[in-house]
Ligand binder design. Structure first.
Ligand code: FRU
Length: 495
């Protein structure tokens, strides 16, 4: 696990190719993470479901491959629910796990891809899976892209709901037994961004911070890479209401809400069956981008997941939006006695408060006065020839990441890039929470209101760290630096 670029606190497969997170479910004290997996190579290929288990979403134990292609095709993305009341009749009255996922093959005697939904079940806490004998359980010949079912229980109507991507829309289906699905409604032909194929939907009810139990429904939707758009594959979301049958967008149909303003957070969905008093949901995304995912410069394995995040909604001046926060359990990784803390300090152009510090993996938390600042920021993973810049331009009020000189980038001509996003200061200050790993930067700005997730491939020797300002002094109201341990310095054990 000490291979070049191997993330030290993000989930990666032990070997070979990984893409979307799948089937995330919490059951009997265990968080399951399944994922799109090609066990025989480091590029996309015949899809299996890989599997890992965690008790805290930070330390993972790798499990054997959970599902392999069969006569119905490859195993594409999908979800898992706990069938508490044995509504499927597959568990002899006991609770069990039911997976619904896409199987991909081709129409007989044709090149046309065929995507159908199948079911598998497990009565041993996800250790082994049985394919349902009457697969597939949902077919549709109209749409060639017909995939990625996410299933949940809708309490008020006492039925299961499936949302899946169907061409230029999502469709909702309902079921009482998880085996027979009835069309309920569809959404999206004229809504949001269609700059790529629609994939991997998730429909969740999220609490609104600071209210007495108010919530809204959120439809998360990934859109695939398209050669015309430099951003590549990315994820949008819609906020509105869901009545068990249909979803209504409360924003204008042409307004687009992006989940992440970086390049590397795709196909993310939330964990099923996590019952929290605050009703926040837990999310993880695939930390790559279809534009270059097959080309990133790792050897033994390819791709990582984002950090797990808590999702909630917040009222902001520009309307209700998702906030994402890193899960608190990540604090387990802070190295005892090595954290540093500063308050109310001025930095000048040319100075570096952090001179002498370095590292390949750490957290930075800061609150910066930006009213009079031209530009302030961090040079991360730096050396004489490399740096990743996370900065803020005061006059334009824009937060940016520049990975043009971040390290290896020749594998794709659009990887080296600078991108930025509007970040409104709050009472003249911005707050940033950064996580730097061996091949990624994640930024949670203004308490999760805006997130940027980007891969970088710096040389292991590029460990410099600078806090810089240009065009005048900047006041740092607060700064914390936490070196982080590797998750591999700990061995979890599951029965
Ligand atoms: C998204 C996706 C899904 C599909 C899977 C195949 O990244 O294209 O739509 O199910 O990957 O691996």
């Amino acid at each position: 696990m000490d291979q070049r670029y191997r993330p030290q606190f993000h989930f990666t497969p032990e070997a070979n190719w990984m893409n979307d997170p799948n089937g995330m479910v919490f059951f009997e004290g265990e968080y399951h993470l399944f994922y799109q997996y090609h066990p025989n190579g480091t590029t996309w290929g015949p899809m299996h479901w890989g599997h890992a288990i965690s008790s805290n979403l930070v330390h993972w134990e790798h499990m054997p491959i959970a599902m392999k292609p069969d006569h119905n095709g490859f195993i594409f993305s999908g979800s898992i629910v706990v069938d508490w009341k044995d509504s499927s009749g597959l568990f002899g009255g006991q609770p069990g796990l039911v997976a619904l996922f896409t199987q991909a093959d081709q129409y007989p005697d044709s090149d046309r891809p065929r995507q159908r939904q199948s079911l598998a079940y497990s009565s041993d806490k996800g250790r082994s899976w049985t394919m349902y004998e009457n697969n597939p359980v949902l077919v549709n010949e109209e749409y060639t892209d017909f995939r990625d079912p996410k299933v949940f229980w809708y309490e008020q109507k006492q039925h299961w709901v499936m949302v899946l991507a169907a061409g230029d829309r999502v469709q909702f289906y309902a079921s009482y037994d998880l085996k027979t699905w009835t069309f309920a409604s569809e959404f999206g032909m004229q809504e949001g961004s269609h700059e790529g194929v629609w994939e991997c939907p998730d429909l969740i009810e999220l609490p609104i911070e600071g209210t007495e139990g108010e919530s809204k429904w959120v439809l998360i939707l990934s859109i695939g890479d398209h050669p015309d758009y430099t951003e590549g594959s990315r994820t949008q979301y819609f906020i509105g209401e869901f009545d068990g049958t249909s979803f209504k967008n409360e924003n204008n149909s042409d307004s687009i809400l992006w989940l992440d303003h970086g390049r590397d957070n795709y196909a993310g969905v939330t964990w099923s069956d996590v019952q929290r008093p605050d009703r926040a949901k837990l999310f993880i995304g695939w930390m790559s981008n279809w534009k270059y995912a097959n080309l990133t410069p790792t050897q033994e394995w390819r791709s990582a997941m984002t950090l797990p995040r808590e999702l909630r909604l917040r009222h902001t001046p520009s309307g209700i939006q998702i906030v994402q926060l890193p899960i608190p359990a990540l604090q387990l990784l802070r190295e005892q006695g090595k954290s540093l803390h500063w308050e109310d300090i001025n930095i000048r152009p040319g100075g570096n408060l952090l001179a002498g510090l370095n590292g390949e993996r750490y957290e930075l938390i800061c609150e910066i006065e930006v009213d009079h600042v031209e530009e302030v920021g961090f040079n991360l993973r730096s050396s004489d020839t490399e740096k990743t810049v996370v900065g803020y331009r005061g006059a334009e009020k824009r937060l940016f990441v520049n990975r043009c000189e971040s390290g290896e980038s020749g594998f794709h001509n659009q990887f080296a890039c600078r991108h930025d996003v509007q970040l409104e200061p709050i009472e003249g200050r911005i707050r940033l929470h950064l996580f730097i790993d061996h091949s990624s930067v994640e930024i949670f700005a203004n308490d999760g209101e805006l997130v940027i997730t980007d891969q970088i491939f710096p040389d292991p020797s590029s460990v410099g760290l600078e806090l810089y300002t240009c065009g005048g002094e900047a006041t740092i109201h607060r700064l914390d630096f936490h070196p982080l341990q590797s998750i591999y310095s700990y061995e979890p054990v599951f029965g």
